[in-house]
Design a protein around this ligand. Structure first.
Ligand code: ATP
Ligand code: MG
Length: 178
């Protein structure tokens, strides 16, 4: 399908169950096979694991950009100014990738986290998404997707936890968790 016939989708992977980021990576893998140019940007440092960073090197059309230093003041009443700055910088990188027209698919991993912790105004994200080139697909991941994002999206999936190996004390497994 040519770019001008394509309908760029806004895709949201949310919920408390495992699989939000890995589903985005799976889509990126599929899109890579279609020759798409793909940019993946992380909002939380360390959320990209060795496995996907190494695998991405094997593709010349898929780039993973780890950003920032990580947001650490979890549960604080007011977001820290430094964390907000970092979230804004990371969104600027997403925005550049989305609006440049150079990418067919942009993954903003854990952006919902930055939104739900009010590190980033939801309106800023919505404005970028609305003015993107029509052929650009965007995937937004993370728990607690704000209702405004869900409203705007074309495809929203909520991962629901039924079982997780951590609950029975099984440690993170290579190739599955990292
Ligand atoms: P993944 O990257 O494995 O697809 P995710 O993106 O859905 O996970 P995150 O909220 O980004 O989930 O959390 C990442 C880490 O938290 C992973 O190590 C994952 O296994 C773990 N995790 C996710 N969901 C659960 C859960 N329901 N219980 C315990 N740990 C979880
Ligand atoms: Mg994740």
């Amino acid at each position: 399908m040519s770019k001008d016939k394509r309908r760029g989708l806004i895709i949201v992977n949310t919920g408390n169950g495992k699989g939000k980021t890995t589903a985005a990576l799976g889509t990126a893998f599929r899109a890579a096979g279609q020759g798409f140019n793909i940019m993946i940007i992380q909002f939380i440092k360390g959320s990209w694991k060795y496995g996907e960073l190494e695998a991405a090197k094997k593709f010349d059309n898929l780039t993973i950009t780890p950003m920032g230093k990580g947001f650490i003041k979890l549960g604080a009443a007011e977001p820290e100014a430094a964390d907000c700055r970092l979230a804004e910088e990371t969104w600027s990188a997403c925005e550049q990738a989305i609006l440049s027209g150079d990418y067919d698919l942009v993954v903003c991993d854990e952006v919902n986290y930055a939104l739900s912790y009010k590190l980033l105004p939801v309106q800023r994200v919505i404005e970028t998404l609305q003015k993107r080139p029509s052929y650009v697909h965007v995937i937004l991941t993370g728990r607690d997707a704000p209702p405004e994002i869900v409203e705007l999206a074309d495809l929203v999936t909520e991962m629901r936890e039924i079982k997780h190996p951590y609950q029975t004390g099984i440690s993170a497994q290579r190739g599955i968790e990292f």
